[in-house]
Write a protein of this length. Structure first.
Length: 81
């Protein structure tokens, strides 16, 4: 399991298009991934979950990845977000 805090740099945050790109790419990884924003937990492999998360630009989230490709997932998320 790898855990990292990542500050979102995507212009306007995770709105529809980047959220869809995020979900599509993450579903290509085997690892289980969770986002934590404040006290709330979100599944970044679900479009509905990402749309309800309302993650804004400049917001810091905690990302947890667990699985065979967890390092690759965290590295990709760090670059993407």
């Amino acid at each position: 399991m790898i855990e990292r805090e990542i500050t979102v740099t995507i212009d306007k945050g995770l709105h529809a298009r980047p959220a869809a790109d995020l979900v599509k790419t993450l579903n290509g990884f085997e690892s289980k991934v969770d986002f934590f924003a404040g006290a709330k937990q979100f599944n970044p492999k679900s479009v509905l979950s990402m749309m309800t998360a309302s993650i804004k630009q400049g917001q810091t989230i905690r990302v947890v990845a667990e699985g065979s490709d967890e390092r690759e997932v965290i590295d990709w998320l760090t670059k993407f977000l």
